[in-house]
Design a protein around this ligand. Sequence first.
Ligand SMILES: Nc1nc2c(ncn2[C@@H]2O[C@H](COP(=O)(O)OP(=O)(O)OP(=O)(O)O)[C@@H](O)[C@H]2O)c(=O)[nH]1
Length: 398
Amino acid sequence: MNRTVVIFPNSNPNITTVTDSVYDGYSEIELEVSADLISFTCDLKNPGYTHPFCAIEIPVNDGKPVDLNTFTHVNITIDRESSVPDTTLIYLINQESDSTVQWGERSNLRTVYVDNEETFSLPIDSFTVPSWWLLLNAKDYYGGASRYDAVTKITVATGDANQDRQEAISISRVVLVGKWINQDSLRLILLSAWAVVCTLHVLLFIKIKIRESQRIRAKADSLSRLNTILNIERDKFETMAKTDSLTNVKNRAGLRDDFNRCIDMYKQSSCPSCAILLDIDHFKQINDTHGHDVGDSVLIEFAERLQDGVRSDDSVGRWGGEEFIIIASGVAIKEATALAEKLRTAIEQQPFGEISITCSFGISELTKEGVTSWIKRADKALYNAKKAGRNRVVADWE
Ligand SMILES: Nc1nc2c(ncn2[C@@H]2O[C@H](COP(=O)(O)OP(=O)(O)OP(=O)(O)O)[C@@H](O)[C@H]2O)c(=O)[nH]1
């Protein structure tokens, strides 16, 4: 944002004059200041001072120092009349804290060539310290750098031509043009703002990422919980699908793995296994005499007794109706027959409540045939046991 400070016209300009009389010269100046024009005539006399001159000093801020670093240009509208062509000198006079500096001031000079009335827009940084000032103040190159941090006045002076002459200079407008803040401050502010924005951006990014990862973690946790529930449910359904709902022993589907294990064992090491099919004798009579529910209870207890009567390696399953199967893995037909005989005796000797039952058994040992043929032979043996009068064990010794 630009701003302008009008130095002249000014209600109280308080302009002063200087001539080479300070160096014992003879030049004379006459100043006239109106509401809208500063004009001075100078009678420059040579010989006298080696560089005769006249100058006027326009205070910038009632003589109080102003930091012109926040300004970019001095605009000055100036006219000059003289019989001798010459430059006009414009100084920004900066107040110095260094007491060794002559008059406690630093001169920053910009030379202009004024022909007719003209407005010059002079960049502040085009004002440089002249060599005579360096000479007077014995400054090294760096100490003689331009400074505009405490400008108290703008001086307009005649040029360097060493000739007797009359010069009339008039100034109608002096304005300082600048920014509300200087370039360095603006750069610093923008840089700071940029750093703040970047930091906020990074913080926001981190926050979003943390939220995102929390959301993903929560989702993963909930999926994992759901997965666990589904696995439990699946296991439950799998068990249900492989279990007889009445007796709680395996059904045909549940026995499939046991059959396959026996076949694998046989293929790998000729390890024997036996299928023992057993059927409760005259079970229809139990239903007919005691009712279907009692029949169910007998089936349940019957299955439990079978389960208790076999080894943990053996599998008990319900083959259908009142027919059950024991898969005795790693057991040859002789031992399987002994097992069946033991079970048969136990069933015969221990009534189910008031109900005494007997059971017929058919046994076959696995050979290189498949499951169907293996079970078929056990079924045939069972049939033979029934046919031979029931309550007996018949083994297929093929
Ligand atoms: N209570 C009950 N009875 C069943 C169930 N499944 C089959 N049964 C009955 O079991 C009986 C089987 O009768 P049959 O096939 O004639 O055989 P059986 O009476 O045992 O005669 P044999 O096997 O020849 O000794 C039928 O009456 C069926 O209704 C069941 O889940 N519960």
